[in-house]
Design a protein around this ligand. Structure first.
Ligand SMILES: [Zn+2]
Length: 685
């Protein structure tokens, strides 16, 4: 048999993927032969609003490398695919569509709006999974799940009820991060802190001067705080002091007037002595830290900014109805006129913005549902300390424990219409989207029903993600798993590098710094992309993406193709057995081949994917092609032929997890006896 002169991924990839799907071997029950164990993993479900990006390509490639190796090693292998309903993200997309039609969600009403998202999901929500297929991932499509399918809804309900029965779900009036644009509370982890140029305003508070970036919040101040060791202020601690302030009931059209108010000074360890003047104002309603200080010292809470981002009646008629930015301008002018503004300085600071829509976050007090996490955090800590769950790289064990130590109760309610409704009478909020994601590894296998899948495939072995969601996702899966199933939901967590641009910038479609994997696949082929990504993944925390390495992957694919062509021509039409081991073939190339096989396996098992790719590249290109093949040009004896076929077949097997398409295609053309699909061939040694 002969191979065409050049390898053309476009002619091969879709066809090969179809053969794999038709073989049924992505489904563990259909794998032939005795199995020596199981290997189970779940996909990190992409959002229904998602599009394939380079981070997915890296993540799915690494996961597929592991899964394909385990399958070839004879494990009963299952990789469960699925998709997330993506509460806030999906709602935003459909709201934007409605806006183009001149409508808002309120015009539609809740039921029709939900229906509209559902329709959108049917039409576009699984597009990302088709893109995933392009990457060649070997998931069991017969087991695909969705966080809002009927069974999953039941799992979420069961989880909520179990927590509720424990008495861990409560309603609290708390200061939360509020996105005015999205109209919902969001978690700390969904707030991004962006460095911005701002101003620091020095305002007179009686005998003190206080520095603040947000003078408008002065209207909600209910205390002043200093560090307990600060000698400068020790005579004022726990005293009410009288100060001049603005009379906020003077109509805006009139000149500002002074008013005497009383305000208490408290001592708190958290105040930084050397920030500004060392004394800070406390606005409990509009700052998360101030809220905590106010709780410790019983300071009252006055809400002055409402959910639309405007000043409310508590701000007084002088400011009521103004947007925050307008109120800021007005109050600075008033302070200046009244002689209460000492100075203004330029100031670079971090501003909290909504991760979804970029709006400035307004912390404000709101009635929310919380889940007590004290006992749950304890379960997760135990699982990590006992090694039931291990993070790779291992620094993540420490980081996770530290985070669990300080975990605050989880605000599980969101003021959205799209999501799992909180199952309490008269409640309109939905659950935080991570509440359902936290159940993923056992809910996808059928929990809370006692299904065969659950007993056969749970707990799982492995999960992976980027570091951005360790606390949102992995940690919550660990404690949910321990609480609901009494088992850690997986043993190993691999945190893969975050992919940055070549010069170290964040990849973002809107910033124009994103790179589309589909374009790379068009240009170089999937195997080249997969190999190039693995090759660059050398244990770094941030991976600066280099397209040249994808080109290296393409050249490598061509090299392998040419090697295979050479070996096939040498073999002629003779069908041969592959020698099972190197016992019969004691030459140098065989020894090197076997050494490389051991190293590749060890490195994949330790999640050193880059190292494994480098070993394969060097062995195949330098040892096999450049040296050994050159030596065999004039040889036609049996030992040479056996050696060539031994090294080629083993190379293809080791390379298959990284470059599944080209290796399967070459494999299908090899004249060897009793051949299976490469997908399920035996892993070397
Ligand atoms: Zn937002």
């Amino acid at each position: 048999m002969e191979l065409p002169k050049a390898y053309n991924p476009k002619e091969v990839e879709d066809h090969i993927y179809k053969l794999w799907e038709e073989s049924g071997f992505f489904t563990p029950e259909k794998l032939p032969g005795e199995k020596k164990g199981k290997f189970i993993t779940c996909i990190a479900p992409p959002n229904i609003t998602g599009e394939l990006h380079i981070g997915h390509a890296l993540e799915l490639t690494m996961q597929d490398v592991l899964v394909r190796m385990k399958r070839m090693q004879g494990y009963k292998t299952l990789w469960v695919p699925g998709i997330d309903h993506a509460g806030i993200a999906a709602q935003n997309i459909v709201e934007k569509q409605l806006k183009k039609e001149g409508l808002s969600r309120h015009d539609l009403g809740r039921e029709k709006f939900e229906q509209r998202i559902q329709e959108w999901k049917e039409k576009y929500g699984t597009a990302i999974l088709d893109q995933f297929k392009k990457l060649g991932i070997s998931v069991d499509w017969s087991r695909i799940r969705y966080t809002r399918d009927e069974k999953y809804e039941k799992a979420v309900l069961e989880a909520f009820n179990k927590y509720h029965k424990k008495g861990w779900i409560y309603k609290g009036y708390r200061v939360i991060n509020w996105c005015v644009r999205c109209g919902t509370g969001i978690s700390d982890l969904e707030v991004k802190h962006i460095p911005e140029k701002g101003k620091l305003y020095y305002i007179k508070y009686g005998p003190f001067t206080i520095a603040t970036t947000r003078p408008e919040t002065k209207l909600g101040d209910t205390g002043l705080a200093v560090h307990s060791d600060d000698e400068r202020y020790k005579d004022y601690i726990e005293k009410d002091i009288e100060i001049d302030s603005i009379d906020n009931n003077i109509p805006p059209s009139e000149k500002p007037k002074l008013k005497k108010i009383k305000i208490k000074v408290v001592a708190d360890e958290t105040v930084e002595k050397f920030f500004g003047t060392g004394i800070i104002k406390i606005t409990p309603a509009h700052d998360l830290t101030d809220f905590e200080i106010s709780q410790r010292h019983n300071l009252p809470l006055i809400k002055i900014i409402d959910e639309s981002g405007a000043m409310n009646q508590n701000a007084g008629k002088r400011y009521e109805g103004l947007k925050v930015s307008e109120a800021r301008e007005k109050i600075i002018k008033d302070l200046e006129e009244l002689g209460l503004l000492e100075k203004i300085e330029d100031y670079n600071h971090n501003v909290g913005r909504c991760d979804r829509c970029d709006s400035v976050i307004e912390p404000l007090p709101s009635n929310q549902w919380f889940l007590k996490v004290f006992e749950l955090a304890k379960l997760a800590k135990e699982a990590i300390k006992k090694g039931e769950v291990k993070f790779y790289p291992d620094r993540w064990n420490e980081i996770s424990l530290r985070w669990l130590e300080n975990m605050r109760d989880w605000n599980i309610s969101r003021q959205l219409w799209w999501g799992h409704k909180i199952p309490i009478q008269g409640e309109n909020d939905v659950l935080d989207t991570w509440f359902s994601s936290a159940l993923w590894p056992f809910a996808v296998l059928g929990w809370p029903e006692k299904t065969n899948d659950l007993s056969e495939y749970y707990p799982t072995n492995f999960i992976t993600s980027d570091r951005g969601i360790v606390f949102l996702w992995q940690i919550r899966m660990i404690f949910s798993g321990k609480f609901f199933t009494n088992k850690a939901p997986f043993n190993d967590v691999y945190i893969h590098p975050t992919v940055l641009t070549k010069d170290g910038k964040r990849m973002s479609k809107s910033l124009g710094t994103g790179i589309d994997p589909v374009v790379l696949i068009e240009k170089y082929g999937t195997d080249a992309l997969r190999f190039g990504l693995a090759y660059q993944n050398t244990g770094v925390q941030d991976m600066k993406f280099n397209e040249d390495v994808i080109l290296t992957g393409k050249k490598f694919a061509n090299k392998i193709w040419n090697i295979a062509r050479y070996v096939l021509i040498k073999m002629g039409n003779e069908e041969r057995d592959i020698k099972e081991s190197s016992r019969d073939l004691k030459n140098e190339i065989i020894a090197k081949m076997d050494g490389a096989a051991i190293n590749v396996k060890r490195n994949i098992e330790n999640y050193n994917f880059g190292e494994a790719a480098h070993i394969l590249y060097k062995f195949i290109w330098n040892e096999f092609a450049d040296k050994y093949i050159e030596e065999t040009k004039n040889k036609n004896d049996n030992e040479t032929k056996d050696s060539l076929i031994y090294v080629l077949t083993n190379s293809l097997k080791l390379l298959h997890p990284f470059m599944p398409f080209i290796t399967e295609e070459i494999w299908s053309k090899l004249p060897i006896k009793n051949k299976k699909m490469l997908l399920i061939e035996n892993w070397p040694n």
